[in-house]
Ligand binder design. Structure first.
Ligand code: CIR
Length: 253
C-alpha cells in the first residue's frame, strides 16, 4: 500500500513564511479548496491519504514534507531549519510511529525534507539555508545501513529547497528545471526537462505512472505526457504565495 500523509491548513496560514510578502495575500478559503484537490489527486494516483488535524500554533504545518524523510520503513524526523517550524514535527512523528520506525534528528542538525530527493539508492541533499552540514551527516548515518548513498548538492540562496528545481519521476527518471542545478550532479538518471520559464512546475509528486503537477504550465505538462505519465494538474496559487508547491504538502511512503 502507498500512503500519503497530509495536514489541514490552519486559519493563520496567511502568516506562513514567505521570502516576499504575497500581494494579494493568501486566501485561506481558496487554499483549503486547493488542498482538497491536491488530496484528491493523491487518492486518484493510488495513495491512501491520511490528513493530520490543524495545528493553529504552526502556520506552515501544511508543508509536512519538511518534517520527515522516509526510506523503506525508516522515518527520520527532521529538525526543520526555520525555528518557527520546529514545533511541527511531534504530531507527524506520533502518526508515523504507527507505521514506521521513527528516528529523531538531534541538535545541532537542521534539515528540511524538501531538500532530500531519493532516486534509486542515491539520496541527493540540498545544502541550503535550511539544511546544514550536521543535518546531512545525520541523514547519511541514518540511511547508510539501508544502502543509501548521500550526494550533497550546493544550492544558491535563491533556491529554498532542492526539490524546488528537481523531483523524481520514478524508474530512474527525474524532472529537472533548465538553468538550475548542473545536470552532471545526477548520476545514471534520465532527465525530463522543464523549461526555465516554468521552473515552478519542476516540483511534482510522482506515484507509479501518475504525476501531480501545478496547473498552468503547458510545456511541463506536455513533457510529462510525452514521458507517458498520467498527469493530474492541480491549482496551487495559494501555497505558492507561502513558497510552497506540491511535494511539500505530503509525505508519500
Ligand atoms: C517555508 O518557508 O518553510 C514554508 N513557507 C514553505 C515550505 C515549502 N516546503 C517545501 O517546498 N518542501
Amino acid at each position: 500500500m502507498i500512503r500519503a500523509l497530509t495536514r489541514h491548513i490552519p486559519n493563520n496560514f496567511a502568516n506562513a513564511l514567505s521570502a516576499v510578502p504575497p500581494d494579494p495575500p493568501i486566501n485561506v478559503a481558496v487554499a483549503r479548496q486547493q488542498h482538497l484537490q491536491y488530496c484528491m489527486a493523491l487518492a486518484e494516483s493510488g495513495a491512501t491519504v491520511t490528513t493530520l488535524p490543524v495545528d493553529e500554533k504552526c502556520p506552515d504545518s501544511v508543508f509536512v514534507e519538511d518534517t520527515a524523510v522516509v526510506v523503506d520503513r525508516q522515518a527520520l524526523i527532521t529538525r526543520p531549519g526555520a525555528p518557527s517550524r520546529q514545533l511541527e514535527t511531534d504530531a507527524v512523528a506520533t502518526v508515523l510511529d504507527a507505521w514506521l520506525n521513527v528516528i529523531p534528528m538531534t541538535e545541532p542538525a537542521t534539515l528540511d525534507g524538501g531538500d532530500c530527493m531519493l532516486v534509486g539508492r542515491t539520496m541527493y541533499v540540498g545544502r541550503s539555508a535550511r539544511t546544514n552540514a550536521a543535518g546531512i551527516a545525520q541523514l547519511a548515518r541514518t540511511f547508510a545501513p539501508r544502502g543509501v548513498d548521500v550526494v550533497q548538492v550546493e544550492l544558491p540562496s535563491s533556491v529554498l529547497h532542492l526539490k524546488c528545481v528537481v523531483t523524481p519521476l520514478g524508474a530512474g527518471r527525474i524532472l529537472l528545471a533548465e538553468d538550475s542545478v548542473d545536470r552532471a550532479v545526477f548520476r545514471d538518471v534520465e532527465i525530463v526537462w522543464v523549461p526555465a520559464e516554468e521552473t515552478y512546475a519542476a516540483n511534482v509528486v510522482a506515484i507509479g505512472a501518475h504525476v501531480i503537477v501545478a496547473d498552468g504550465f503547458p510545456r511541463t505538462r506536455e513533457a510529462l505526457v510525452k514521458a507517458r505519465m498520467k498527469v493530474h494538474a492541480v491549482p496551487c496559487t495559494e501555497v505558492r504565495k507561502a513558497d510552497g508547491s506540491l511535494t511539500c504538502q505530503s509525505i508519500v511512503f
